[in-house]
Design a protein around this ligand. Structure first.
Ligand code: GLY
Length: 349
């Protein structure tokens, strides 16, 4: 069984192994314990994988219950959060029992936040079934719910007790859903080097994402271990997200996170090149990488529409932001700029 150990305010393993969903009960019994398990999933994922997970947990002696929520970003709201807390309370869950997120980032974020706050913290298990959750959101402990004003406004950073990732689950994803994960994987390539991009090409050809997920989690682990609380080094993981989040919000979330990040990676590289921070050839290479993996980048964006969202970025402090500069594939740096300078740079897109 392939495990990646993540250290920090607490330590946990990320298990990545084809077929391990059916072994989850045994793994959790041996490594985590607890008596009861509440599995939270969405309707699409539950139809595919809930029975396998429930069967495995019951066989391992857990008393299980299930909550299936509608699929989609709207599920990650304060009403479902309170609904979830009440279920945990009514069913007399203890901190040592398990709440399991079976699904993608929406379920993972909602469950992570409920687990972080119920009884000041209970055991949270992440079982990502989408590529984007497997390579990114299931690892690192960030969780959040949305407010009507914007996404991810209320949350914490609290590590899961374990992440169990079965790459076989990627086989039921549509091309569109897989692409969400490609954007974050290419981001890791820009941060860390060509290896993961080459591996992604192999994964697409063979439909086996095990090694891509292992490499992505290792890169993320190495970054998060240096700065779990997102005060400095972890902000490298936001490459492409400054403009990406603005595109997502400006579209009223009609453009998905992965699609927005893909455009953000390209547009941030573009203004860095036009400002003379990086070579034009690096921008062109980033653009052609995204195109190679199927992203449609012909749409143009109006800087004036994006700037108000960009100026709400959580990373702006005292009128300054540390801008991420993709120097080359495999090397990024940070440069502190004022928000006035940032606005000028965004106008270059
Ligand atoms: N997804 C970015 C982070 O975990 O910091």
């Amino acid at each position: 069984m392939y495990k990646i150990r993540v250290s920090g305010s607490s330590e946990y393993d990320v298990v990545i192994e084809p077929g391990c969903l059916a072994e989850s009960g045994e793994i959790l019994r041996d490594e985590v314990g607890g008596e009861k398990a509440l599995i939270v999933s969405d309707a699409n994922v539950a139809a595919l994988y809930l029975d396998v997970l429930t069967g495995s947990l019951r066989e391992a002696g857990y008393e299980t219950s299930e909550l299936v929520l509608p699929a989609g970003e709207e599920t990650k709201d304060i009403d479902n959060y309170i609904f979830l807390l009440n279920i945990l309370a009514e069913r007399e869950f203890r901190g040592s029992d398990l709440i399991i997120a079976l699904g993608g980032g929406v379920v993972g974020d909602l469950v992570g936040f409920a687990a972080a706050t119920f009884k000041r913290g209970m055991n949270c298990i992440q079982i990502p079934t989408s590529l984007i959750a497997a390579v990114d959101s299931s690892v690192g402990g960030k969780n959040a719910i949305n407010l009507p004003t914007a996404k991810n406004q209320v949350g914490t950073i609290r590590n899961p007790k374990m992440v169990i990732c079965d790459p076989e689950c990627m086989k039921t994803l549509t091309e569109e859903a897989l692409q969400e994960g490609y954007a974050e994987t290419i981001k890791y390539g820009i941060l860390n080097g060509y290896e993961i991009i080459d591996e992604l090409r192999t994964a697409i050809a063979t439909q086996d994402y095990s090694e891509t997920i292992r490499q992505a989690v290792t890169i993320k682990r190495d970054i998060v271990e240096m700065d779990e609380n997102d005060e400095s080094f972890r902000q490298y993981l936001n490459l492409g997200h400054l403009i990406g989040h603005a595109i997502e919000a400006n579209s009223e979330y009609g453009i998905s996170h992965g699609q927005a990040v893909a455009r953000g990676l390209v547009l941030e590289a573009r203004f860095c090149a036009l400002a003379g921070y990086i070579e034009m050839s690096t921008y062109l290479e980033i653009r052609s990488l995204l195109e190679e993996f199927g992203f449609e980048l012909s749409e143009t964006y109006n800087a004036a529409e994006l700037i108000p969202y960009i100026l709400r970025d959580k990373r702006i402090h005292n009128g300054e932001i540390r801008l991420l500069i993709p120097e080359h594939i495999g090397e990024c740096s940070m440069r502190t700029v004022s928000t006035t300078r940032l606005e000028d740079l965004v106008r270059l897109i």
